[in-house]
Design a protein around this ligand. Structure first.
Ligand code: NDP
Ligand code: 2IT
Length: 447
């Protein structure tokens, strides 16, 4: 017997009790709408108020971060850690340092992380944190001061079996190093598994840096394969020029794709001859400069100031910058240029209306919580290596990553079929992730 559910009423109530949190509302709407067929199938989810429970974080921590710049001026930023759900393992998720960070952004990211982490099949719960601190233009010393002050407060709430942060926008190996150093000093203990994305010489996993971007391409390959297609010789547009974008482009090129765009927060480049990823690494990773520099190395390329609107024709789109970077207008540009697949490297880069238009036009769509899960997966492998005191080779980790991404794809695909929505990988991923977390919550009692 099918159960009557009023999903819209639940969503409206969640919106009303979290006023103004637009990104969080968007993530909740996307997940809750697509799990309707699951809620209708089994009475227990409604009876035990799972929607209300799963959308309310275990706790939300907000704190002051005071730090001194190189001129001696004192600054105050706000720090956050949202510990959303630990039914499957310790809270796990990155830290984002960006001026746009607020409680809504951190909650949406932590909420997505719960289901992403469930899909990996590894024992990790969902959390996220960060600060409205802007790392742009700051000296190394200022970054270190900020990270140390941030950890002076955060250390009380985290631990290898409690909550394990990692990187995200604005937080890479350098920042994780400073955060880890301060945690170690405050605890007077070497607890390697408290943070992931560490430098490889002190407990970091090989292939963690590459994992999100490579994993995105492994997932995309699987999705194309199921639909009789191949990434080889395809034209690919990538957005972003950070950790995820660089390694997605690198792997796509290695597999024979033709990557022709990348972007950053000030502009975008179009290189019809194909992006040279070595040049991008020199500009963004080594020198921390703007993408406009690329033209100096490759005069045949073109730099455009402003937001990338996905107006360059491509067959595969890999958005790897930030949330809502692909609005309806961008989707219309992609469709009019005959795109065949859009796979999310960033978290929630395509708006809800954008996803609908893509799916209505039968364009393959890979949802971020499935397709960008490679990073957190290798983070969990880093925790395992720290636990057992061993280090796996790059190849060993890469093979495990590929298998995890293939399994996530298979789960999303088979679940989409099981619930009557074949090739709707968004519904498949959301239902599979949600079911796993909800069932664990139910088994662990009313908490
Ligand atoms: P980085 O900080 O390394 O890179 C982010 C890139 O996106 C930069 O090129 C940045 O421009 C650009 N960007 C950031 N914000 C904006 C904005 N508001 N408008 C335009 N461009 C912007 O971050 P990551 O590569 O780590 O993260 C990218 C995305 O991937 C995020 O959505 C993140 O949540 C997601 N993600 C990251 C994972 C990871 O392991 N790192 C794992 C899974 C998902 P600029 O160079 O000018 O700063
Ligand atoms: O969004 C994400 O999955 C990340 N930023 C990575 C999280 C992690 O704990 O490695």
């Amino acid at each position: 017997m099918q159960i009557m559910v009023n999903i819209e009423k639940d969503i409206k109530e969640i919106e009303a009790s979290n006023p103004g949190e637009t990104e969080f509302h968007q993530a909740v709407r996307e997940v809750i709408t697509s799990v309707k067929p699951l809620i209708e199938r089994e009475e227990k989810y409604q009876k035990l108020s799972i929607i209300k429970r799963i959308t309310e974080p275990d706790r939300q921590i907000k704190f002051r971060v005071t730090w001194k710049d190189d001129k001696g001026n004192v600054h105050v930023n706000r720090g956050y850690r949202v510990q959303f759900n630990n039914s499957l393992g310790p809270y796990k998720g990155g830290l984002r340092f960006h001026p746009s960070v607020n409680i809504s952004v951190i909650k949406f990211l932590a909420f997505e992380q719960i289901f992403k982490n469930a899909l990996t099949g590894l024992p990790i719960g969902g959390g996220k944190g960060g600060s409205d601190f802007d790392p742009k233009g700051k000296s190394d010393n200022e970054i270190m001061n900020f990270c140390q002050s941030f950890m002076n407060e955060l250390y009380r709430y985290i631990g290898p079996n409690k909550d394990v942060p990692a990187g995200d926008i604005g937080v890479g190996e350098r920042e994780i190093g400073y955060l880890f150093g301060q945690y170690k000093r405050l605890r007077n203990a070497y607890e390697g598994g408290v943070l992931t994305g560490k430098g490889v010489s002190y407990g970091g996993s090989l292939a963690r840096k590459q994992a999100t971007g490579y994993g995105l391409v492994y997932f995309t390959e699987e999705m194309l394969k199921e639909n009789g297609l191949d990434i080889k010789n395809k034209t690919v547009c990538v957005s972003g020029a950070g950790n995820v974008a660089i390694h997605a482009a690198e792997k796509a090129i290695e597999l024979g794709a033709h990557v022709i765009t990348m972007s950053d927060s000030t502009g975008w480049i179009y290189d019809p001859q194909g992006i040279d990823i070595k040049i991008i690494k020199t500009i963004k990773e080594v020198n921390r400069l703007r993408l406009s520099e690329y033209h100096k190395y490759k005069p045949s390329s073109k730099y455009h100031e402003g937001k990338f609107m996905w107006s360059i024709p491509c067959e595969i789109a890999l958005p790897c910058a930030t949330q809502n970077e692909i609005n309806l207008e961008c989707v219309k540009n992609l469709i009019s240029n005959n795109v065949i697949a859009v796979a999310e490297g960033a978290n929630m880069p395509v708006s809800i209306e954008g996803i609908k238009l893509l799916q209505d036009n039968n364009i393959l769509f890979a949802p971020g919580k499935a397709s960008n899960a490679g990073g957190v997966s290798v983070s969990a492998l880093e925790m395992s290596q720290n636990n057992i005191g061993l280090k796996w080779s790059f190849e060993e980790v890469d093979i495990k990553l590929k298998k995890i991404m293939t399994d996530i794809f298979k789960t999303a695909s088979s679940t989409s079929k099981e619930y009557g929505k074949p090739s709707d990988y968004l519904s498949g991923a959301n239902i599979a992730g949600f079911k796993k977390v909800a069932d664990a919550m139910i088994n662990q009692g009313i908490l």
